[in-house]
Design a protein around this ligand. Structure first.
Ligand code: FEO
Length: 392
């Protein structure tokens, strides 16, 4: 794809990755993604914001053939999907300076071995004049690494946000055309890489409130011509109260745990609690992460295997602990054959979660009447706790 005009002298560059289905060998990409860079031609200087994913180098260098000079490469984030071909760009434009935060300088040196002479570091709030256009650099740590910053183009009121406000969508539409689709993709993206830092994100959102933003141009996905839409969504995800929802990651081997899950789902729904069950044998882990953004309660359902939780349940629990969702309650249900330490093992895997643990329900073999009664009671307790706390 060729570079595309956003406004006078401002262009989208980069690539649309239609085929990728997994990022970092971890994050599912059901809709592919894009790696967005931006070119700003000021009356005196030209700046390139970010670059591209290394495997897209050929396409990016072809786009650069129509660019006569680059004075500044602005690296907003050191991760390779944005910084991966900076060295090749510097080879083509050796007079360019590489502008980044002091922290990013260290990371870019470690990751890409960029020579010291190219770097210019910028302080939080520092400005860079391109002649008739002025960039202000705003340090926004943890969106998504500690070194990240965003760039505000004063005259055009555009915020270039890199990972912040991004979404993994491959599309030929440069601008958002379907907010519902983008909301879902952006929430998934927030869950997968930003949820653990929601307190810092809250501070970053407060910082951005000082700027009049008419457009947000992120590093992945489409450009927002209605920035309020995505800023409001981030406010909700980062600051909102948990919802009257139970996330229920589950796995079963001989169907006993599945019977318990089915009973609990019915009992919760009867009590007005929303349930999002995920069969870990087949689920998209990104969907599970997305549900963790605002669920008040997590219930992990697992059989006991080799004296502990099923490995899929252990994976989901490890992931939930790492993502640090805002859930307030947690419990465990499942069937076992003769013994084991399923509850102890899972409980030891969630030190990051500030949750009240609701009494687990385990049963030996197939669930019987007492098991179903205990699960009904668990549903009652969860519904009551959600109600007491005003979760809707
Ligand atoms: Fe899109 Fe954190 O890189």
């Amino acid at each position: 794809m060729l570079r595309r005009k956003i406004k006078d002298n401002i262009y989208w560059m980069g690539s649309v990755d239609w085929d990728s289905r997994l990022f970092d060998s971890l994050v599912p990409l059901p809709d592919g993604t894009s790696y967005n860079a931006y070119l700003i031609e000021g009356s005196e200087k030209t700046a390139l914001l970010d670059s591209d994913e290394p495997h897209m180098v050929k396409e990016f260098m072809e786009q650069l053939e129509s660019v006569s000079k680059i004075d500044y490469i602005i690296s907003q984030h050191a991760e390779q999907d944005h910084s991966g071909i900076i060295l090749q760009v510097l080879e083509k434009f050796p007079e360019a300076k590489l502008v980044c935060t002091p922290k990013a300088k260290g990371m870019l040196t470690d990751l890409l071995m960029i020579p010291e002479d190219y770097f210019v570091t910028v302080a939080d709030g520092e400005k860079l004049s391109l002649g008739d256009k002025t960039l202000t650099f705003i340090h926004t740590p943890w969106v998504h690494w500690p070194e990240t910053m965003v760039s505000y183009l004063e005259e055009d009121k555009i915020l270039f946000s890199c990972d912040f406000f991004g979404s993994h969508i491959a599309s030929s539409d440069l601008f958002v055309t379907d907010e519902g689709r983008v909301y879902e993709a952006a929430k998934r993206y927030f869950a997968e890489i930003m949820m653990p830092f929601r307190k810092v994100i809250q501070k970053n959102l407060e910082k951005l409130a000082a700027y009049e933003i008419e457009m947000i141009a992120p590093g992945h996905g489409q450009i927002f011509q209605r920035p309020k839409f995505i800023i409001d969504a981030y406010q909700e995800w980062a600051l909102g109260a948990p919802k009257n929802t139970v996330v229920l990651p589950h796995v079963t081997m001989h169907h006993s745990t599945q019977l318990m899950v089915d009973h609990l789902v019915t009992a919760l729904v009867e009590r007005g609690v929303r349930v999002e069950p995920f069969n870990l044998a087949v689920t998209d882990i990104g969907k599970l992460a997305m549900s963790l953004v605002d669920a008040a309660t997590i219930v992990v359902a697992t059989p006991t295997v080799l004296a502990g939780p099923h490995p899929y349940a252990a994976y989901a629990t490890f992931l939930a602990n790492a993502l640090r969702p805002n859930a307030k309650f947690l419990s465990i249900i499942g069937s076992y054959g003769w013994g084991g330490k399923t509850v102890e093992t899972l409980a030891g895997m969630i030190p990051n979660l500030k949750v009240e643990v609701i009494d687990p329900v385990l049963c030996k073999g197939v669930p019987r009447q007492d098991t179903y009664l205990a699960l009904t009671n668990m549903a009652e307790v969860i519904a009551e706790k959600h109600k007491e706390n005003g979760y809707v």
